[in-house]
Design a protein around this ligand. Structure first.
Ligand code: RFL
Ligand code: PHB
Length: 404
């Protein structure tokens, strides 16, 4: 067995793990990343598309914004289509000039992987049988890679291994509490090299169910349809997808919609999930390993980024001046922001999707709520300030002051 000694062992090479690695590297803190999939698999996973300003700022702090600056599309508004009519929510006007950036998670991942390669940092891809031990005292990680067995001895373990990872599963039952809500539908997503139907995202509430018109660039579109959980992706031909999307759109958008062959098609279930706490001795959970939101509020990747802002800050503070304050406060600070994003994502999902067993009364109330939100500056402001991301302050070398 080969022994590796390092300060921080990061499990998982998704956006959370990669971003943490890059921020630790910038601060001169030794770490390694252990990932179960291949680098190619990780780099090609199609997921999120919207970055909050604070996530962009963090990528800036990590020194990986060259491509983002060139290819990211700043958006200052979104459209909500209900009752066959589009309503624009002017995010910037309602939030003192804030905006979001359309830039695919795939690109964020590739940029971070490239920066890692250039800096010659250690990542073990295709690692099997990853296990974490002794995290209340002297943390250890064991794994197998390319026919060798490794034992990592470290100060801290960062569990950035997503919803199905090993870190959360390794925590003793009496130390952890989880909160969960599963939704009775999924999102069927299609990626296609066709120009987007509109300049801004369109969130569609229709009698046939929710739809979302998003994009990755001026020539690549990302569309989603609410579908029953029992649907199989094989039963959704491209033709059927485009036809159903058209059925949920308004006449103008229907006319502008450019269709084409899909380059990716998948169904994702929707879930709200939170783990409390997010630190277990010297093991931290971050990103999807700790919490899941339904994608309606575009918050998952951004929450992973804000966890990493707090975690990197806490670790840097610890290694630079020996303070454990950030470590002690990590869980509480993250969870405060997490629950607000959970609430927003749940609310957006509830408001915009069609629930099968919803009574006529509940449906009418929902229509009235949406009508109120879109017809009121106060209502729109509530939506806009959550959508662009709730604020938190980043000071040099961490130390965050959370805005209440
Ligand atoms: P990830 O990306 O799941 O990465 C975890 C990594 O850990 C690895 N792993 C292991 N490694 C070692 N040992 C083990 N035992 C391991 N088990 C797992 C995995 O292979 C993987 O590489 O988690 P991370 O880094 O926390 O990032 C979270 C985001 O990926 C996620 O929240 C977002 O994609 C959610 N999301 C969205 N978020 C947004 O902020 N804006 C959006 O617009 C948005 N749209 C979406 C989304 C998620 C979607 N799906 C697929 C659920 C749209 C969709 C359809
Ligand atoms: C996406 O482009 O994948 C996307 C955008 C906004 C969301 C969810 C997903 O709310």
């Amino acid at each position: 067995m080969e022994i590796i000694k390092t300060n921080v062992a990061i499990i998982g090479s998704g956006p959370a793990g990669l971003l943490l690695g890059q921020l630790l590297y910038k601060a001169g803190i030794d770490h390694i990343i252990i990932e179960q999939r291949s680098a190619e698999y990780v780099a090609s996973r199609i997921r999120a598309g919207i970055l909050e300003q604070v996530s962009v700022d963090l990528l800036k702090q990590a020194g990986v914004v060259q491509n983002l600056n060139q290819k990211g599309l700043p958006h200052s508004g979104i459209e909500i289509l209900t009752n066959g009519q589009k309503h624009r929510v002017d995010l910037s006007a309602l939030t003192n000039g804030k905006q979001v950036t359309v830039y695919g998670q795939t690109e964020v991942t590739k940029d971070l992987m490239q920066a890692r390669e250039q800096a010659n940092l250690t990542s073990f891809y295709e690692s099997n049988n990853v296990q974490v031990f002794d995290f209340y005292e002297k943390p250890k990680v064991t794994f197998e890679s390319q026919g060798k067995t490794y034992q990592v001895e470290c100060d801290f373990i960062a569990g950035c291994d997503g919803y199905h990872g090993v870190c959360r599963a390794s925590i003793p039952q009496d130390k952890i509490k989880t909160f969960e809500k599963v939704y009775p539908f999924g999102w069927l997503g299609v990626l296609a090299d066709v120009p987007p139907v509109a300049d801004e995202l369109i969130y569609v509430q229709s009698e046939r169910g929710f739809a979302l018109c998003s994009m990755r660039s001026e020539t690549r579109s990302r569309y989603y349809l609410q579908v029953p959980l029992t649907d199989k992706v094989e039963n959704w031909s491209d033709e059927k997808f485009w036809e159903e999307l058209k059925n949920r759109l308004d006449p103008e958008s229907r006319e502008h919609l450019v269709t084409g062959a899909s380059i990716e098609k998948s169904i994702a279930p929707l879930r709200s999930f939170v783990t409390e706490p997010m630190r277990f001795g010297k093991l931290f959970l971050a990103g999807d390993a700790a919490h899941i939101v339904p994608p309606t509020g575009a918050k998952g990747l951004n929450l992973a980024a804000s966890d990493i802002a707090y975690l990197s800050s806490a670790l840097i503070e610890y290694y630079k001046n020996g303070s454990e304050q950030g470590i002690q406060e990590y869980s509480e600070k993250c969870l405060k922001r997490v629950w607000k994003a959970e609430r927003f994502s749940w609310w957006m999902t509830h408001l915009l999707h069609r629930f099968e067993n919803e009574s006529e009364f509940d449906h009418k109330i929902k229509q009235a709520e949406l009508s109120y939100i879109l017809g009121s500056i106060a209502g729109q402001t509530t939506l806009a300030e959550n959508y662009v991301g709730l604020p938190y302050e980043i000071k040099p070398f961490g130390n965050f002051k959370q805005a209440s």
